[in-house]
Design a protein. Structure first.
Length: 111
């Protein structure tokens, strides 16, 4: 079964410190959820659709980012983010356990 945006947001709300926000005012981006820390306002996830597919940008160390992109064709450089520190994951091609690990790691990196 394919994951939808609401299910993905729930998967990202892993702590009392995790909140879902919609910070963009531009009509083109107004419905893009950004998950961030309540305590420091830092982003750890950005959820979006491209060409009908659901994606998530996640923070990652440059070393792990390069390894993950080599191992998995559904992981590429972050969309509209620093290419060394963010990855873009095609949500419905990623195994759920890997996706949850990547979300958790992004959350920890941005604490």
């Amino acid at each position: 079964m394919l994951m939808n945006q609401e299910e993905l947001i729930k998967k990202c709300l892993i702590s009392e410190d995790a909140v879902n926000t919609y910070p963009f005012s531009d009509k083109k981006y107004v419905k893009i959820p950004v998950l961030r820390h309540k305590s420091n306002n830092k982003w750890f996830a950005l959820i979006f659709r491209l060409e009908g597919k659901l994606y998530i940008n996640l923070k990652c160390t440059p070393e792990n980012s390069a390894i993950l992109r080599d191992l998995y064709p559904f992981i590429t450089q972050g969309w509209h983010m620093n290419k060394a520190h963010w990855i873009k994951v095609e949500v419905n091609k990623s195994p759920e356990d890997l996706l949850q690990t990547l979300i958790n790691n992004s959350f920890e990196l941005t604490k």
